[in-house]
Design a protein around this ligand. Structure first.
Ligand code: CA
Length: 237
């Protein structure tokens, strides 16, 4: 019989978390390969070629970032980082080093499974469509027509500035992925200076207003303070 299950390499040194997560992932239909150290993770990554890596940053034999960099040297395999509470700098560091996403401990199984699905979808979407996403993008009532550079919400056109459009188009191309401030700034302006984050935030505030999103509401786009923005691909989070 063909094995068409997605294979997940779970790198986590805490035995209890490992066992809970394995049960959860297997119940969701994934095949799980376990590594409790960075050294073992390197071996298993090379021999098993997983579809997704879930990586705890705090490993006994090395910084999880070292493993992340090892994978990124010659592979685009999606990596979801498990990070400690509220450690924004770690998240930004991991995302900028090529992690696709992160979940903050403690997390619910629903949250982790949603992140895995989004990461896989995002990865395959980008692999399929290449760099230029022709045609249209849609998530719920938000539609982007890339050829016309037009954004519609509930069937009504939203008039965006060039910069606002570029931000939305960039986030949509990475739908489901948390994009750091610096990644967005680099993608939209090509350079960054001291005022860049502020400029991005001002543009985002205008976009939210035009979309009719109330303050604090995470419709379409989630903002994590100190980290970045994510266009939501599934239900509102
Ligand atoms: Ca750990």
């Amino acid at each position: 019989m063909l094995n068409n299950k997605y294979k997940i390499l779970l790198v986590e040194d805490d035995a209890k978390i490992r066992s809970v997560m394995t049960t959860m992932l297997e119940a969701a239909g994934y095949q799980v390969v376990l590594a409790e150290t960075g050294a073992l993770a390197k071996n298993l990554f090379s021999s098993h070629l997983p579809d997704v890596v879930i990586l705890d940053l705090g490993l006994p034999d090395m910084d999880g970032m070292q493993f992340l960099e090892f994978v990124r040297r010659d592979s685009l395999t999606p990596i979801i980082v498990l990070s400690a509470r509220a450690d924004e700098r770690d998240k930004v560091r991991a995302l900028d080093a090529g992690a696709n996403d992160y979940v903050t401990k403690p997390f619910s199984s629903a949250e982790l499974l949603a992140r895995i699905r989004m990461t896989l979808r995002n990865y395959h979407h980008r692999a399929d469509s290449g760099k230029l996403p022709g045609g249209k993008f849609q998530v719920r009532d938000l539609v982007i027509d890339y050829d016309a550079r037009q954004v519609m919400v509930h069937g009504e056109e939203i008039k965006l500035s060039q910069t606002e459009y570029n931000i939305i188009a960039l986030l949509s191309e990475h739908c489901g992925k948390m994009m750091t401030y610096s990644a967005i700034i680099k993608g939209v302006w090509g350079y960054s200076d001291e005022g860049s984050v502020k400029k991005l935030q001002v543009n985002m505030a205008n976009i939210r207003k035009k979309f009719g999103v109330k303050p604090g509401e995470a419709r379409y786009i989630t903002n994590e303070l100190g980290v970045g923005y994510r266009m939501n691909g599934e239900r509102d989070e």
